[in-house]
Design a protein around this ligand. Sequence first.
Ligand code: HEC
Length: 211
Amino acid sequence: MKTLLRLCLMLVMTPMLASTLTGCSKSEAAASPNGIEAAKVADMLHIVMAADRTTYVKKVVNRFIKEQKVQIKEPNSEAFVAMAASEEWENEHGSLPLPAQMFRMGAELAREKADGLFDYQLLSEWPINKQNAPRSDVEKEGLKFIRETKGEKPFYGEEEIAGKRYFTALYADKGVAAACVDCHNMHPDSPRDDFKLGDVMGGIVIRIPMD
Ligand code: HEC
């Protein structure tokens, strides 16, 4: 911890060096004049994202599928099938978008509106969709940090991508409902089948340009 603090202070004193990642936790990152503003903005954005994501999973997906076990009448048939959340929701009668798809559709709309102000994405060290694997060193370090700290604290770092400097924050994405955990544990492309309720299942990365 001491070494980490020293590293953070060093980066504060030499901001040009700060393009590499810092493992600074919340209070330590606040020492940086750039970091504190960006960190607050990222924290606020994350609160909204996580609230919407939890609400969709608990009040829609988990409620209809796990609690009410809603049955959908097949079109042109008398048969009923269990309502599902599915990757193929657009082609399936009565299917709900997956929470991850809901999140991505929102992110895509937001990206158009935000016009470079910020960007965000869902990631995981155990991705079902390999597009959601971490790429940059900061993403990898951030996911490791939130796994090791069980999502208690966000991770703040800085990185340079294509010549542009970014403040990059990662927040834990937790299995807040049985639907999260069960679907991932049972999915054939999931590298893990042992998630439990409340576990860190991945992370939300938020990037804010610093220049
Ligand atoms: C009905 C199945 C289902 C449910 C419910 C579900 N997921 Fe997923 N999740 C998926 C699938 C499939 C993907 C990959 C979809 C994609 O990226 O298009 C995914 C993607 C993710 C990712 C990105 C990494 C990856 O695995 O590709 C995270 C993190 C994640 N889900 C966490 C959660 C959490 C937390 C919940 C509950 C709040 C949840 N999921 C609910 C099926 C599900």
